[in-house]
Design a protein around this ligand. Structure first.
Ligand SMILES: Nc1ncnc2c1ncn2[C@@H]1O[C@H](COP(=O)(O)OP(=O)(O)OP(=O)(O)O)[C@@H](O)[C@H]1O
Ligand SMILES: [Mg+2]
Length: 270
């Protein structure tokens, strides 16, 4: 049986799951996601969750009369925006932790500031876009301690500079960097679309060169740019595969792992 084979293969392995803000802001997809994580822990798999919060951050900014600006999928983050980002992400984090705990998963919420877990520095790839960070170093000791005691880490994508400055990290970037640091078996990006789309069709399989080409030729835009860029980084590191699936489809995570590998887009090194 495929399910038994897969669960045996993944037992004890680290699976980094990035869950987008759109998945968590919908009660049906959020509740299915929480159940799927509970199921994975029962199989002895070690999920680590990194969450986004894009729609909520945008909604809060608009409520306060601020205009969200993006550059290549990255949110331009001035000091006021950073405050909102931290506030919203910390709330999203604790809400998810609480939902997991109710489902019997012992979850612990962290951001990069906790135990200096994700050290960041200013990212100037797209010019000066404020307090947008890139991950410089992941101190995985706290994560290993949590795993040893069967806790599920839930990470808000906030990094901390050596001087204590907070940085807004794109959640895809954070997920990939954590996956690399932990030598995770795979990283799964749960987003609001079926996968990487070209000419109206989902591309089931991409290697690094094919994925890079889609970024270069403009097929991939906005929020899909950092996702695909860092899926590439993950598989160039020691993560075996990266996957982009529609997290708004209830139980797509379990379906991808145990029923149909063909859903979404799979990115591998070769
Ligand atoms: N070629 C493409 N294929 C698929 N999606 C694409 C493509 N080009 C651009 N996109 C956009 O990328 C979006 C997904 O990225 P987005 O940042 O919006 O979501 P997320 O990363 O899942 O959530 P969050 O940013 O809250 O963590 C899609 O909804 C789609 O509009
Ligand atoms: Mg995004």
């Amino acid at each position: 049986m495929k399910t038994i084979d897969v669960s045996a293969r993944l037992s004890g392995k680290v699976l980094v799951v990035k869950v987008g803000g759109n998945v968590l802001s919908n009660d049906v997809s959020k509740s299915a996601f929480v159940k799927d994580i509970a199921f994975l822990t029962q199989l002895g798999i070690r999920p680590l969750i990194v969450h986004g919060g894009g729609p909520e951050i945008t909604a809060m900014m608009e409520k306060l009369g601020m205009k969200p600006i993006f550059k290549q999928g990255y949110r331009v983050t001035d000091e006021e925006t950073l405050k909102i980002v931290e506030m919203v992400l910390n709330k999203t984090n604790k809400d998810l932790v609480s939902a997991l705990n109710i489902a019997g998963v012992m979850a612990v919420g962290l951001c990069g500031k906790d135990a200096n877990f994700m050290i960041a520095e200013k990212d100037t790839t797209y010019g000066d876009i404020g307090y947008v960070g890139k991950v410089k170093r992941v101190n995985d000791k706290i994560i290993q301690l949590l795993f040893e005691s069967d806790y599920v880490p839930v990470i808000a994508p906030i990094g901390v500079g050596e001087d204590g400055t907070a940085y807004n990290l794109n959640a895809d970037v954070a997920a990939a960097q954590v996956a690399i640091a932990l030598s995770a078996e795979m990283v799964i990006f749960m987003t609001d679309i079926e996968g990487v789309v070209k000419d109206g069709h989902v591309i089931p399989q991409l290697n690094v060169d094919e994925a890079l080409k889609l970024i270069k030729d403009g097929t991939v835009k906005s929020g899909m740019v950092p996702k695909l860029q860092y899926a590439i980084e993950a598989v160039k590191g020691c993560v075996k595969s990266a996957h982009i699936i529609n997290g708004k489809d209830p139980h797509s995570l379990l379906i991808k792992l145990f029923v149909s590998e063909r859903i979404g887009t799979t990115i591998t090194r070769d």
